[in-house]
Design a protein around this ligand. Structure first.
Ligand code: AHR
Length: 307
């Protein structure tokens, strides 16, 4: 199993180390910055020669980076796809060049699963479901409509699609819980604030916000305060990631429930890189262990939170 220990990848020197080309989504959130840092540190620790390209949220930049890795004949490619679909062609090119590909964080939507070796990342559907289950429980003894606003992640991305689906599935048997509006906040604080300001103008009676990440939720907090309401009290807020800023707002009572999505994938990724490049068998899917936090749990973990 992939335990994620820093010592798991084979020891190599910077000269003879495996060459890994990694295409990162962008720098949209605290999660993303922690993810990039984790990959950089783990590569250094494992003696992996990392060529990291950050795509600024654009699929065409990622495709160009992958093509560049192929022409440079790197030993292995890993990437976190900004959106789910549209990867078959470039992945086929990597396969034709005999370069293995590891998909990290976000899944690709492809019918040909031979185009990648393994997928390392969170179960986003489970994250959305945990958010919905908390809501069902929170309003169990409440009678009447609960108006939910969803601030979604990047349109077409795996976390946006799957968190929405998991959430919808968890609340579907409670007719009081109604998603009245949903819009893309781009996984950023500015996006969350802007989307929430628009929601509040159209729907001053929103009871609950489900934001697909902490940054969007923290942006929503600002927009709610700007209209003189109290986030966490007048409007309940659920988010995903459990970054230090997210857990701090939870501990202060401005968020109500936070689902963990762990960005520290670097050590597990290097372990997989080591195994793939030495011909060892690996599982097709490696899921990251995660939990969820209420206010008391946030207070308990905050002093040691790494991201
Ligand atoms: O793919 C993971 C998601 O992308 C995180 O939840 C979000 O914060 C990030 O931008």
């Amino acid at each position: 199993a992939c335990g994620g220990g820093e010592d798991a990848a084979p020891r190599t020197t910077p000269e003879n180390g495996v060459r890994l080309g990694f295409s990162q989504v962008g720098a949209e959130s605290a999660w993303r910055l922690a993810n990039t840092q984790s990959i950089e540190h783990a590569a250094t620790n494992a003696g992996v020669r990392l060529d990291l390209r950050v795509a600024d949220g654009k699929q065409e930049n990622q495709t160009a980076a992958i093509r560049d890795f192929i022409s440079q004949k790197v030993d292995i490619i890993a990437f976190s796809p900004v959106v789910e679909s549209g990867w078959d062609k470039v992945l086929q090119e990597a396969k034709d060049a005999d370069i293995p590909v590891i998909v990290t964080d976000r899944m690709v939507d492809t019918t040909d699963t031979s185009l990648f070796t393994t997928m390392l990342g969170s179960d986003f559907t489970a994250e959305g479901r945990k958010a919905g289950e908390w809501l069902v429980e929170h309003y169990r003894d409440f009678n009447g409509a609960v108006r939910i606003a969803e601030i979604a992640g990047t349109t077409g991305s795996a976390p946006a699609n799957q968190r929405r689906a998991g959430f919808a599935d968890a609340i579907k048997d409670d007719p009081d819980l109604q998603v009245i509006v949903s819009r893309d906040g781009g996984f950023t604080r500015a996006g969350g604030e802007q989307v929430m300001a628009g929601f509040l103008q159209q729907h001053p009676d929103i009871d609950v916000v489900f934001a697909h990440n902490d940054d969007e939720g923290l942006g929503a907090v600002k927009a709610i305060e700007a209209v003189g309401k109290r986030p966490g009290q007048d409007i309940k807020i659920i988010t995903v990631d459990a970054s230090r800023d997210g857990l701090t707002a939870l501990a202060e009572g401005r968020l109500n429930y936070v689902i963990e999505c762990n960005p520290l994938l670097g050590p597990q990724l290097m372990e997989l890189v080591g195994k793939v490049t030495t011909g060892q068998t690996i599982p097709r899917r490696v899921v990251v262990d995660e939990t969820a936090f209420d206010r008391e749990a946030a207070k308990a973990v905050l002093p040691n939170r790494q991201y």
